[in-house]
Write a protein of this length. Structure first.
Length: 402
């Protein structure tokens, strides 16, 4: 009895070598995708493992209340510097960010961009710093490096500039600031601290110092014999007086009351003091100043200040009022005067500022506080109840939460 031959599958009859090739490619492609997914997963797991635990203080919501917070820092990359944070200044920007005053805060927020510490580790390609160096980190931790502002050493205006605190890295991870035990930063955004400067009182210079130094330098007000006005004698103003005097300029402090006259003239070394609410004093000083640094962050009249400027004088706004200011145009037209803004400084400027501070022993006037006092300090800062900057003793008082 002969066996019947099985009929070939009609599907197989239609499978050609070309089909086999296509099926093979699909299988290979699928395997590649699976391998790629597995590889990416492994890399992500490795990345998590390589991250180093950190602890600090964070704001969790718009209440602005600061509490202990555990998080992680990235591993030290080949171009990175890792530093132990010793001190961190409290800037008014920290307060504004904490309560989401400007509307773009991401929580949790670890504030702090006036950071001073000591290098503990450097990446394989780092050439400027070594373990043990005293360094600082200011307002930014990265930028694109290729745009017009970066090429002009004005990285602080780069559209892709990354804030030290509350910013976002290119992988969308949030940056955590200096209210923490340590941090990691690209080498190019690290500032060297002169050996002769006390680290606690130097910390505020990384923001306040470069904020007033940069516009003086950029607008040519750093020449001996120039006459500079400083509006407001607070955290920014008192540092502005010190740098302006170190540059050899004549300095006039402008304030709403006579209360800080002795402080400005006797202790800080200003040459003149004007009460802006005294019409006679303001009239006598009209047309005498080459430039004015306005550090006030509260709404205030601009016209009386403009009248103090010489022909072609510049009013430079570095304070950030939360409401628009009225700007009279006629004084600008008839005096060829300018009103400009300025925000911190580029890395090159910041290092120049720090070197000048080292040469002239310039530091901020500070109140050193413990980590558990930060919430109280924020409330006092809101009332301008500080002379003139709070600085957190991070290394000695910040302890990890249980």
């Amino acid at each position: 009895m002969t066996k019947k031959k099985k009929k070939a599958s009609p599907i197989l009859n239609r499978v050609t070598p070309l089909h086999y090739s296509y099926i093979s490619q699909l299988l290979i492609s699928s395997l590649k995708e699976q391998f790629s997914a597995l590889f990416s997963y492994c890399l992500s797991i490795m990345g998590e493992v390589l991250k180093k635990e950190a602890y600090g203080l964070a704001v969790k919501d718009e209440s602005g209340v600061i509490s202990p917070f555990r998080f992680s820092r990235r591993e030290t990359g080949e171009n990175d510097v890792r530093l132990k944070v010793l001190f961190c200044g409290i800037c008014h920007t920290d307060l504004s960010m904490a309560i989401n005053e400007w509307g773009f805060t991401s929580y949790p927020l670890v504030p702090g961009h006036e950071i001073v510490g000591v290098v503990t580790e450097v990446g394989a390609k780092v050439t400027k710093f070594n373990a043990g160096d005293k360094v600082g980190v200011g307002y930014m931790v990265s930028s694109c490096g290729s745009c017009e502002t970066c090429i002009d050493d004005q990285e602080n205006y780069c559209p892709k500039m990354i804030l030290t605190s509350g910013g976002k890295y290119y992988d969308d991870t949030i940056t955590y600031g200096g209210y923490s035990d340590h941090m990691v930063c690209e080498e190019d955004y690290i500032i060297r601290i002169p050996e002769n400067l006390p680290l606690d009182a130097t910390a505020p210079l990384l923001c306040a110092g470069t904020t007033v130094y940069s516009p003086m330098k950029y607008h040519g007000l750093d020449k001996p014999g120039m006459h500079i006005g400083v509006v407001g004698l607070g955290g920014l103003g008192h540092v502005a007086v010190k740098f302006a005097k170190a540059m050899g300029t004549k300095v006039t402090v402008i304030s709403t009351s006579d209360r800080k006259r002795d402080e400005a003239l006797t202790r800080l070394g200003a040459d003149l003091f004007l009460v802006s609410r005294d019409p006679e004093q303001m009239k006598d000083a009209m047309g005498t100043m080459d430039g004015i640094i306005d550090t006030v962050s509260a709404p205030h009249p601009v016209l009386p200040i403009l009248d103090l400027l010489k022909y072609k004088g510049k009013l430079i706004m570095v304070g950030a009022p939360d409401k628009p200011l009225e700007l009279p145009v006629l004084p600008l037209i008839f005096g060829k005067k300018m009103v400009v803004g300025s925000m911190v400084g580029g890395i090159k400027e910041t290092q120049e500022m720090m070197d000048l501070a080292g040469k002239h022993n310039i530091t901020a006037d500070i109140e050193l506080i413990s980590a558990d006092y930060v919430n109280t300090a924020m409330k006092r800062l809101e009332k301008a109840d500080v002379r003139y900057r709070f600085v957190i003793d991070v290394a000695n008082t910040l302890k990890p939460s249980p």
